[in-house]
Design a binder for this molecule. Structure first.
Ligand code: HEM
Length: 426
């Protein structure tokens, strides 16, 4: 791996001047690999515009799933359906679009072909919708298994597109993140296989915890951990932390992955000590992620305000929830992945990180000149939503139902209105 440049301007959509031309040896036999040779001097032509266009479509699809999850909650359809629409659909589609876009921009690589981007997002969307509907309305094992297979194919396609993209890049500074994404997809494939098994053969407690751990701490968590050191710099328009070298970032990915594997093994074999050790190791990995994020300064906070603090608060909730679960704060005897701390992990950690990310990405993807961009950032800048997200987290762990409902309603409404305004003016 060539050396990353932690001091490069992370907010730039284009690589900085002086990007190492032709850092990736061009190998014959594949269109992808030939790309750097053609565009070696400054990255592939049109790649940012094309990648933004692809991301816009994927993020819109993610928003549809988020709306569907909200509708499922309002209709009282139960938490399983809402959680899977939200996580397997909305969050993973957002991950798909954004990870590919960051890989293209940070590596100065060609955007994937539109057909592949469509195939990837359609497989994930159809798979998530099929699993959610198939299990919720009891449409039969074949529907759930078929949709699960499509979903797994969508995840695998994402991993291939990411690897191919960074390998075709002029810069190799996003490789550590892509290593985390590949680990996340591997965990997600395991999680989906266990999920289909649970759906078809009935829930077994240890496997259920393993499913939740693989998906929440693996599929989603590894992506969050791999992205935050880069993305916090992008959102705050600052440089990456000087000590966030590729070697350290890969080591951080490794600590998270080892913790994940131990925790999953502990749950699958009903070994509490192993599950605790795994979760605590994973929490150490989260601290390493946080230490690799650029410290917020007065300047970055003035510029990015609530969206940057949302990333930090989300990371803090992520670490706190994992430690609490490691110490047995989950429901039931022993160490479990059930109960309010799991919900807090989803809502206050991951949803908050997603919210902070979209507050940056929606105006940025809308495009337009400097003024339009500033207006977009002003629209999505919400201190109210930041407070509501964190009140919801506290209320969840205190089991204060009315406060949870109120905080979520304020957060959801505020975000929906602001998102609508940005999209309407697009
Ligand atoms: C795509 C294939 C998937 C299938 C077939 C599936 C299936 C299942 C099943 C059968 C359960 C157990 C429900 C019970 O306790 O009765 C479950 C629980 C859960 N799954 Fe999945 N799942 C899938 C994907 C995902 C993904 C991608 C995520 C997260 C990113 C996820 C997160 C969860 C969570 C958080 C729970 C616990 C729900 C609760 O406590 O009510 N699942 N899933």
């Amino acid at each position: 791996m060539s050396e990353a440049r932690p001091s490069d301007d992370a907010g730039a959509a284009e690589p900085p001047p002086g990007a190492t031309a032709g850092a990736t040896p061009a190998l014959p036999g594949s269109r992808w690999r030939r790309a750097p040779r053609r565009f070696a001097a400054r990255g592939a032509a049109n790649r940012v515009r094309r990648s933004h266009a692809q991301t816009r479509v994927t993020v819109r699809m993610a928003l549809v799933f988020l709306l569907a999850a909200g509708a499922a909650v309002l209709a009282g359809e139960g938490t399983w359906l809402a959680l899977h629409l939200l996580l397997a659909g909305g969050v993973v589609l957002a991950i798909s679009g954004v990870s590919l876009m960051l890989a293209v921009t940070w590596s100065a690589a060609p955007a994937p072909a539109d057909g592949w981007a469509w195939a990837q997002r359609l497989l994930v969307a159809a798979g998530a919708a099929g699993v959610a509907a198939g299990r919720h309305w009891d449409l039969g094992d074949a529907v759930v298994a078929g949709a699960g297979a499509a979903y797994a194919a969508g995840l695998a396609t994402l991993a291939v597109l990411l690897v191919v993209t960074v390998r075709a890049g002029v810069e190799r500074r996003f490789d550590a993140a892509v290593a985390a994404y590949v680990g996340a997809v591997a965990a997600g494939l395991g999680g989906v296989a266990v999920g289909v098994h649970l759906a078809v053969d009935g829930a077994v407690l240890g496997l259920r915890h393993a499913h939740v751990t693989l998906n929440l701490l693996g599929l989603v968590g590894l992506v969050v951990g791999g992205t935050l050191p880069y993305f916090a710099a992008t959102v705050g328009r600052s440089r990456m932390a000087a000590h966030a070298t590729p070697r350290r970032l890969v080591a951080t990915d490794a600590v998270l992955a080892v913790g994940l594997v131990l925790a999953v093994a502990g749950f699958a074999w009903a070994h509490d000590g192993l599950a605790t050790a795994g979760l605590l190791a994973y929490a150490l990995g989260i601290l390493a992620v946080a230490s690799a994020m650029p410290r917020p300064s007065e300047r970055t906070l003035r510029w990015a305000g609530p969206r940057l603090l949302g990333l930090w608060a989300g990371a803090a909730w992520w670490a706190t929830a994992v430690v609490a679960l490691a110490l047995g704060a989950g429901d039931g005897p022993g160490v479990t992945m059930i109960g309010p701390w799991v919900t807090a992990l989803v809502v206050a950690a991951y949803l908050q990180v997603l919210w902070g990310s979209l507050a940056y990405l929606l105006p940025m993807l809308r495009g337009g000149g400097h003024e339009r961009l500033s207006a977009g950032f002003a629209t999505t800048r919400s201190w109210l939503a930041l407070v509501a997200a964190n009140v919801a987290g506290v209320a969840l762990v205190l089991d204060a139902e009315a406060l949870v409902a109120g905080a979520l309603a304020i957060w959801g409404l505020d975000t929906a209105v602001r998102t609508g305004l940005v999209l309407r003016r697009a």
